[in-house]
Ligand binder design. Structure first.
Ligand code: ZN
Length: 259
């Protein structure tokens, strides 16, 4: 089997109260020459440019859910492509967008709300979007969606499998069965770490819950992301390590993670 080259880059480690060091939730997964975005939060396009990556070169986008901190820059990214085609007559490679139940309706709504329907529709099959219902294979990798509990919004954790290596993105989730299944034996588990120890709200994970699930799921490395300012001055890594003895890393924007 061909050895695939894998690189994960944290584009945004923040959440709604993002700042210049914590852009909105977004991750770049590079697998050989394919570029995959997981979520598209505040600052995604600028962060890609900052890293020397043309946002137009993204091949796949996986949305964990539709909340705006995870999707704000989707339409601007599509409109960049539209302008490239319509004004500069430059060809683009097809883009595929996947998400949970309701993804096509969500994108249709956004297009209408921004008055960009005719622009985006003019790109036809070059922009494709659909619900990801089951495990799907792509060139060099596969993705399995797991339904997770996050308020009332259809939400996924994504499990990427690449050459026997597993990378899991929790998306936004409470402490539920779906995320525990998704994280099983993961090499890298990028976890929603909205809350430090002592805050227990059944919407996001806290460090204690992450530590327990990482231990039970036999995860190798945990990356704590989707950070909130209330946790900036806390030792989140140590809090997770109270129950989990694998590797724990605090996400930083532009951090690269080896798999
Ligand atoms: Zn969020």
């Amino acid at each position: 089997m061909k050895n695939n080259k894998i690189k994960i880059t944290i584009l945004g480690s923040g959440s709604f109260p993002s700042d210049l060091e914590h852009y909105g939730p977004s991750y770049l997964l590079e697998i050989n020459d394919k570029r995959v975005l997981v979520d598209c939060g505040m600052g995604t396009n600028f962060r890609l440019i900052d890293l020397g990556i043309d946002p137009d070169d993204i091949d796949y986008i996986f949305l964990t859910h539709f909340h705006s901190d995870h999707t704000t820059e989707l339409v601007p990214l599509l409109m960049r492509l539209y302008l490239k085609i319509a004004i500069y007559n430059i060809k683009i490679s097809p883009k595929e967008i996947y998400g949970p139940k309701g993804t096509p309706a969500f994108i249709e709504t956004l297009k209408g709300a921004y008055y960009h329907k005719k622009h985006i529709d003019s790109m036809g099959e070059q922009i494709r979007y659909r619900e990801l219902e089951d495990k799907k294979s792509f060139e060099g990798f596969s993705v399995t969606p797991f339904s997770v509990q996050h308020l009332d919004v259809p939400s996924y954790a994504y499990r990427f499998e690449i050459d026997g290596k597993t990378v899991v993105f929790s998306g936004d989730t409470s402490d539920c069965e779906g995320i525990k299944k998704a994280a099983k034996d993961a090499d890298v588990f990028i976890a929603d770490c909205s809350f430090h120890k002592g805050i227990d709200v059944p919407v996001h994970l806290n460090t204690k819950q992450i530590g327990t699930m990482a231990k039970e799921a036999k995860v190798k490395k945990v990356i704590l992301s989707h950070l909130l300012p209330s946790g900036y001055d806390k030792d989140l890594v140590s809090e997770v390590k109270e129950t989990f003895d694998g590797e724990v890393v605090l996400a930083r924007d532009k951090m690269e993670i080896e798999v």
